[in-house]
Design a binder for this molecule. Structure first.
Ligand SMILES: Cc1cc2nc3c(=O)[nH]c(=O)nc-3n(C[C@H](O)[C@H](O)[C@H](O)COP(=O)(O)OP(=O)(O)OC[C@H]3O[C@@H](n4cnc5c(N)ncnc54)[C@H](O)[C@@H]3O)c2cc1C
Length: 318
């Protein structure tokens, strides 16, 4: 196999900064599924000013891809023709004032939930989501009936031109696992307001949620969470009064795809809507198996499953 012929931006056109810039950086170890080819560049800014200066000086036609902790991503095997921006230590602070929690975009959802609970603020739904605050806002992450959209007051971004801007929930236009962010913008922090609660009770609730996850989902395996969205508003008879919601795992089971494999990829025997890397899967194995599942489900039920996992980058070409 050959790497796709790539048009790497010349180093001379990449601005210098106080952060860390790595050329041709494999992304597999930065994603939960542990797959993915290299980014042209990986940039880890030292702080907000550094990020602003970098984006301002980066040629306007160089694509930028902000990345959280890669828990909702398949990066394809040929990698990403972009400058991938990954925020680190300078962006993971958490500050709490009354019911208001402000967290850096690199802070992990679980840390935010725990710190908020210590202060008697209920952001418990974030506890079992393995992403970062940037990813939670971008994806409108949610579970157990609560979504990021329910608690977000404000998000701060650095625009592709290097300016800081505050966005309201209206600007973000939250939808199911989707928001509107200006092209190339990097979320740097978010402010949430959660209901008050008793710290001990909030911690007990989170412990129960973690236990439930471990019982029902392959939490110890390499996955990216739910592979497909639950098909909403499906009518098996085509009649408007027969519209009902379905569970993706159920239609995958009905299509006989629980446990199906392709190379090192598998639809988890524990939860059939979880695509897992059993050890040596490539991104092509994972995406290919997902596509086989979609085809089989369509053939057996007429339902078109939609991916929930984001797939980005280029495939390897033969
Ligand atoms: C075991 C498991 C369970 C999961 N359970 C849930 C669940 O219950 N509910 C749920 O909603 N999700 C769930 N997920 C999916 C995933 O954790 C969420 O979508 C999470 O919000 C992704 O965050 P991340 O930091 O990993 O983002 P990434 O996967 O790195 O990126 C996802 C998207 O966010 C964008 N992004 C990330 N950071 C920034 C930033 N700073 N600025 C701009 N854009 C950014 C990326 O460009 C990309 O478009 C689960 C995943 C796993 C592995």
């Amino acid at each position: 196999m050959l790497r796709q012929i790539r048009d790497l931006a010349p180093m001379a056109s990449i601005p210098t900064s106080r952060g860390r810039l790595t050329e041709n950086r494999p992304l597999n170890d930065l994603t939960w599924l542990r797959v993915g080819g290299p980014a042209d560049y990986l940039f880890q800014p030292a702080d907000t000013e550094d990020l602003q200066a970098f984006l301002r000086d980066l040629p306007a036609d160089t694509p930028v891809f902000p990345m959280g902790v890669g828990s909702n991503l398949i990066v394809r095997d040929g990698g990403l023709r972009a400058v991938v921006i990954r925020l680190g230590r300078g962006f993971n602070g958490i500050a709490i004032d009354g019911n208001t929690v402000t967290a850096g975009a690199a802070a992990l959802d679980a840390h935010v939930a725990r710190k908020a609970a210590d202060a008697g603020v209920d952001l418990t739904f974030l506890r079992t989501i393995p992403g970062s605050v940037g990813g939670a806002v971008r994806m409108n992450a949610g579970c157990y009936g609560s979504y990021t959209a329910d608690v977000l007051q404000k998000a701060s971004i650095v625009t592709r031109q290097g300016e800081i801007k505050d966005l309201t929930p209206e600007d973000l236009n939250f939808r199911y696992r989707q928001t509107d962010l200006p092209e190339g913008a990097v979320l740097i922090s978010a402010t949430f307001e959660g209901p008050k609660g008793d710290p001990a009770e909030l911690h007990a609730r989170m412990a129960a949620q973690l236990k439930k996850r471990d019982e029902t989902q392959p939490t110890k395996d390499r996955s990216a969470g739910s592979t497909f969205r639950n098909p909403a508003g499906f009518s098996s008879t085509g009649k408007a009064d027969d519209v009902h919601d379905l569970k993706a795992w159920k239609v995958i089971d009905d299509a006989g795809m629980r446990g199906a494999t392709k190379g090192g990829a598998q639809m988890s025997p524990k939860h059939s809507n979880f695509l897992i890397n059993t050890g040596d899967a490539t991104a092509a194995d994972l995406e290919g198996l997902g596509e086989e599942v979609r085809k089989k489900v369509y053939e057996t039920s007429g339902i078109t499953l939609e991916w929930e996992i984001m797939r980005v980058g280029d495939p390897l070409i033969e």
